[in-house]
Design a protein. Structure first.
Length: 247
């Protein structure tokens, strides 16, 4: 299924140097720490489902220069669907949203592909926590990495990817990763991004259950779900909720 429209009304720059809106932490919120695949310590925020519906979790990964604060207002909305959420600080990140990236500060900074170890560690942590349905969610560079991650573990049942692109040195590798993804995929980007290589990545995905969403007024990455950053936040949120509900 494809949902697209018109021309972009707001660019990705509105998400840069962002400060997180103040959001109360839900009951049961806590910091969690687990090992990356290469044994670095990874720090994350755990948001419990409002009414748990089975053992299912959404692992949320941020964009470049960012941290788990990217999901401070997003995760509680996904909790309402019955999913626990774990928003991860990857080692390739920074101080957006008015907070620091704990993994980068305490375990050392790294490049995009170094952060893949953090994503693998998050899946291992989720499986060890007895989740039987894991959804991996990426933003910008991590949106590309979740396409690499998805085929690596049978517990991964779906992918949510906001603004993936060919951000690695090899400018065709993300399309190659996408060509191996057979689980359901929610693929979102801006209308400008759709005309700048993302369509090719989406088309490479062989999954029989995939949705492409590009709506005017959106911005780069998962920030397109934050109303004070994106004019289309409500529309994107409705689409991603419908996708998750369908699972």
């Amino acid at each position: 299924m494809i949902v697209t429209a018109g021309l972009l009304l707001a660019g990705c720059s509105s998400a840069n140097n962002a400060v997180s809106p103040a959001a109360p932490k839900p009951a049961g919120f806590k910091e969690v720490v687990f090992d990356a695949a290469d044994h670095h310590k990874v720090y994350a925020d755990f948001y419990p489902a409002a009414k748990p519906d089975g053992k299912k979790v959404v692992l949320m990964f941020h964009q470049a220069g960012s941290n788990a604060g990217e999901y401070e207002t997003i995760a509680p909305q996904i909790n309402a669907l019955g999913f626990d959420c774990i928003a991860v600080d990857q080692r390739s990140g920074g101080d957006m949203w008015g907070r620091s990236n704990r993994t980068a500060a305490k375990s050392g900074e790294g490049q995009y592909l170094d952060a893949f170890n953090d994503l693998e560690g998050a899946v291992t942590y989720a499986v060890s926590s007895k989740y039987d349905k894991v959804i991996v969610w990426g933003s910008s560079y991590s949106a590309s990495l979740v396409l690499k991650l998805a085929p690596t573990d049978a517990h991964i049942k779906a992918v949510v990817t906001f603004s993936p692109g060919e951000y690695m040195d090899d400018k065709s590798v993300v399309k190659s990763w996408a060509s191996k993804v057979n689980v359901p995929v929610f693929f979102a980007c801006t209308t400008d991004e759709l005309q700048d290589g993302r369509q090719e990545i989406y088309d490479a995905i062989p999954s029989k259950s995939k949705t492409l969403v590009a709506i005017p007024g959106g911005v780069h990455g998962s920030s397109t779900l934050i109303p004070d950053k994106s004019k289309a936040a409500g529309l994107y949120m409705a689409k991603v909720k419908a996708f998750l509900y369908s699972l």
